[in-house]
Ligand binder design. Structure first.
Ligand code: COA
Length: 539
């Protein structure tokens, strides 16, 4: 066994300070999560209930197998924008009749469940997850369609939602729509394009145009039920496959549909015999201690092995090239029984050695079909004459090439900093990690706020000198301070999560559980690495 030892001094002042800082950030994130849970607020929630309807999260809960968890995604979508936190839709991965599915549920208490730009991004992301991991999709529909004042942002890209549903179906990934209420115009194509459709009696309204629009267009007098009610669609148009007498019946029918999908994961669950010590052995160190690993000040480095020791099965980690390129820790482990390769930043900066080490390790994982976990705490690739002359660009490019063309599933966790091209090399958002989560301590930007403000100031000073103008030092100090504050605010986990640059901000203590759920979901699709299909490596 290669069990990690820990030198985390849980009784010391550094640990206490880091823990206090993390708890404070967690409180702040918790308050924002509470806003998302509150949906449209008391007035609209009360009205919704008075109509005898279930809330979006209640629908999800009743759909899931009892006592199974739901991995909610992007609950902070829209944070920092003019729209309600959560973006009027709930998305996530959960288990229905033993089948891991992507579930989406409109929140009709927020502007009638209408889709704003963040709703759209969140829904498209859920589809992406379903596609990449071959997870059946269940849409719990009740939406006012496009948020009309922001139509310019959503109308054209919104077609992607219909495209995705048909492409999922063509790829053999089942799609189920359960219609609880309004599903007008564009919304009508969600049941229109799903493999299986359930509609709720006297609630579902599925039509291209409601009575007022029909009156305007053709002069015809009509009503909701004859245009798009469940009874009509189940008995006349044939759009509904199942007629539900109420919401609970609809959820029961949805479970029956999933139970009959004959769905099998591409990769069976881990073999318990692989772990004779008990399935699956937890880490030897307390996950609670993850609260005190990341210092409040990200400039202070920390040893990612302390994190790995609290996340992987039995804290058992086979490190590779431990004496080479020490600023990046790489090695093999199991997580809830699934084999993983881990890449974790140690001192923050990536040098040529680290980049080459990463590229080699990523190739190995692809040869062995082993998923990769990236634990971020990097300020980027090293700059300076010595490093440029040593080929840092081509070595960084090598790592980025390896990440970009790797085909095994990637999972990314931002523990601390994720700056510059290091963010890319460590599989940032643009490199399509299957899932990406941030700790509340995470920060991501093109560079650190002080560095960015400093660079701007140097450039402005040089420009003034070149034009023969005096440089206003007082204005410069004010500008630097303003820029620093702006970049700091834009680098924070909540801001990034609001923009869907991750799949959610998680409590560090949940990292093992969240990664385990992701790994299980990932294995719904075949896990196959690329063999030799990388771009040209500059040597
Ligand atoms: N865009 C922007 N805002 C919308 C909206 C939309 N598509 N649909 C509803 N809202 C707003 C309403 O203006 C209202 O705001 P307010 O409370 O500040 O006045 C709030 O959301 C709740 O709407 P309300 O109509 O009171 O809720 P409801 O539950 O009784 O009805 C709908 C919900 C969706 C059936 C109804 O609002 C509706 O028909 N909306 C328009 C649907 C449509 O034609 N969409 C275009 C599709 S492309």
């Amino acid at each position: 066994m290669t069990v990690l030892s820990s030198s985390l001094d849980v009784a010391g002042p550094d640990y206490a300070a880091a823990r206090a800082a993390m708890l404070e950030r967690l409180d702040a994130v918790g308050a924002e999560h509470a806003r998302a849970l509150a949906g449209g607020g008391d007035k609209y929630v009360t009205r919704h209930r008075a109509r005898g309807k279930l809330l979006a999260r209640e629908r999800v809960e009743l759909l899931l197998d009892p006592d199974t968890p739901f991995l909610e995604l992007s609950p902070l979508a829209g944070w920092g924008s003019d729209y309600t936190v959560g973006a009027s839709i709930v998305t996530g991965v959960g288990v229905v009749e033993g089948v891991e599915c992507v579930i989406t549920a409109n929140d009709p208490t927020v502007r009638g469940g209408a889709s704003n730009p963040w709703t759209l991004k969140k829904a498209l992301r859920a589809n992406e997850i379903a596609f990449a991991n071959r997870l059946p999709v269940i849409s719990l529909v009740e939406s006012g369609g496009a948020d009309l004042p922001s139509q310019k942002e959503i109308f054209i890209p919104g077609g992607g939602l219909f495209r995705d549903l048909t492409r999922l179906s063509a790829a053999g990934v089942p799609t189920v729509a359960v219609v609880f209420g309004n599903s007008t115009a564009g919304g009508a194509y969600v049941p229109g394009m799903s493999d299986h459709v359930i509609m709720v009696k006297e609630q579902a309204k599925v039509f291209l145009g409601g009575p007022p629009l029909v009156k305007m267009a053709t002069g015809e007098e009509s009503d909701d039920e004859s245009l798009g009610g469940a009874e009509m669609h189940a008995g006349v148009s044939g759009l509904a496959d199942h007629f539900a007498v109420d919401e609970l019946d609809a959820l029961r029918l949805a479970r029956r549909v999933v139970g009959r999908l004959n769905w099998r994961k591409a990769t069976p669950d881990p073999d318990p015999d692989l772990d004779p010590a008990g399935f699956v052995s937890p880490p030897l160190y307390d996950e609670d201690e993850l609260l005190g690993v990341v210092p409040g000040d990200l400039k202070v480095p920390f040893d990612p092995r302390e994190v790995i020791a609290r996340v992987v099965d039995g804290s058992d980690f086979d490190e590779v090239k431990a004496r080479y390129g020490r600023s990046l820790v790489v090695g093999w482990a199991r997580l809830h029984g699934y084999p993983v390769g881990i890449l974790a930043n140690a001192q923050g900066v990536l040098f040529s050695e680290e980049s080459q080490k990463a590229a080699q390790f990523i190739q190995l994982a692809n040869q062995r079909d082993v998923p990769l976990v990236f634990l971020h705490n990097t300020t980027g690739y090293m700059v300076g004459r010595e490093y440029e002359q040593g080929g840092i660009i081509k070595h960084g490019a090598m790592m980025i090439n390896a990440v970009a063309n790797s085909r095994v599933p990637h999972l990314s966790v931002f523990m601390g900093a994720s700056y510059g091209a290091g963010h890319y090399g460590m599989c940032g958002r643009a490199f399509d990690p299957r899932f990406l989560f941030a700790w509340p301590s995470a920060k991501s930007a093109v560079m650190g706020p002080q560095q960015l403000a400093g660079v701007l100031s140097i450039v402005a000073r040089q420009s003034a000198v070149a034009r023969g103008r005096p440089y206003d030092d007082e204005a410069d100090a004010a500008l630097r301070e303003m820029v620093e504050r702006q970049i700091e605010a834009e680098s924070l986990a909540m801001f990034l999560s609001g923009r869907l640059y991750d799949d959610g901000v998680i409590d560090p203590r949940d990292t093992r559980t969240v990664l385990g759920m992701c790994l299980s979901a990932i294995h719904s699709a075949p896990v196959e690495g690329v063999r030799g299909g990388f771009g040209v490596f500059r040597m």
